[in-house]
Design a protein around this ligand. Structure first.
Ligand SMILES: C[S@@+](CC[C@H](N)C(=O)[O-])C[C@H]1O[C@@H](n2cnc3c(N)ncnc32)[C@H](O)[C@@H]1O
Length: 284
């Protein structure tokens, strides 16, 4: 794996354009993540699915109230606030986008959660924290942007105390890109490039458990949760396909990169798996 550098300009392009910000703020209500739907539930209730995914994270962290937890790639802090209110955790979020951090601080202050959530500028490949400061850490759909996944995992390992717990949630290709059929690669690669999903080129469903072990973790569970995520993929495509087509034809598609991403994810769904990895830094 070639070590690269943070592509801040690329991330600003993905998350900072007016259309993307409007979409995430108004439509997704500040949560920049997919959703979890139980069998038998309606796929149309996207906000409920997002809340349920946050609950899955809290249950996998399985930490007592008052535990210190790192949110790697916190966005506007929706997940941090969910962990603080529903699981009593004390959350420190890091992100590299100043406008996400400003939103996170503003929304936490408004929710009277400033004492249980704090937000810092930080790249999760070089965290601004000391060794062993946290009881837990998580990445909610952020490792896909990693320019050096082994280094990111080593940093997460460093800041956890012995016995500390890590939960990684997010999409990845079902196998190394080189092993996918060429038509699949032709669909997937431009999408990954447009979205600065560098990490998704470097890890995949088959090698992430090994990378966790190489970083010093014991893997407790590698859950292929694709069936729980698939209803969100279906619903998002149905809701947003037409608006995206209209914007693409009559507007400026570059302004709506995230809307494009949510729609185009559908075309590559066969090659995308959604995983929840739970790992532990061995005690002592
Ligand atoms: C899909 S959003 C998820 C945000 C949040 N976890 C949520 O679920 O609402 C990905 C976030 O990761 C952040 N990010 C990307 N690379 C990062 C890095 N190297 N260090 C810290 N944050 C990063 C982005 O700025 C963005 O806010």
């Amino acid at each position: 794996m070639d070590a690269q550098e943070l592509d801040l300009a690329g991330l600003r392009r993905v998350y900072g354009r007016a259309g993307s910000r409007w979409f995430y703020t108004r439509v997704a209500r500040n949560a920049r993540h997919w959703g979890w739907t139980e069998p038998g539930q309606s796929k149309w209730r996207l906000w409920r699915a997002q809340r349920q995914l946050e609950d899955v994270l809290g249950r996998k962290l399985a930490l007592p109230a008052g535990s210190r937890v790192l949110d790697a790639g916190c966005g506007a802090g929706a997940v941090a606030r969910a962990m603080a209110t529903r699981f009593g955790l004390l959350v420190s979020g890091v992100d590299v986008l100043d406008f996400h951090l400003a939103e996170a601080r503003r929304l936490s202050a408004r929710a009277r959660l400033a004492h249980r959530t704090a937000f810092f500028w930080g790249d999760y490949h070089r965290l601004p924290f000391g060794d062993g400061e946290f009881d837990g850490a998580y990445s909610m759909e952020t490792l896909v942007h990693s320019y050096d996944p082994p280094r990111a995992l080593a940093e997460l390992h460093r800041v956890l105390r012995p016995g500390g717990r890590l939960v990684l949630l997010g999409p990845m290709s079902t196998a190394a890109l080189s092993e996918l059929p060429s038509p699949a690669r032709a669909l997937l690669e431009p999408y990954l490039d447009a979205m600065v999903m560098t990490g998704a080129r470097l890890y995949h469903a088959r090698n992430l458990p090994r990378l966790l072990v190489e970083a010093g973790f014991e893997v407790e569970e590698a859950l292929d949760a694709t069936p729980y995520y698939a209803p969100t993929t279906e619903a998002v495509h149905a809701y947003f396909r037409l608006p995206w087509e209209l914007l693409r034809r009559f507007g400026d598609p570059a302004k709506w990169l995230n809307l494009r991403s949510t729609v185009e994810m559908y075309d590559v769904r066969e090659f995308v798996a959604w995983y929840v990895h739970t790992a532990v830094k061995p005690p002592g």
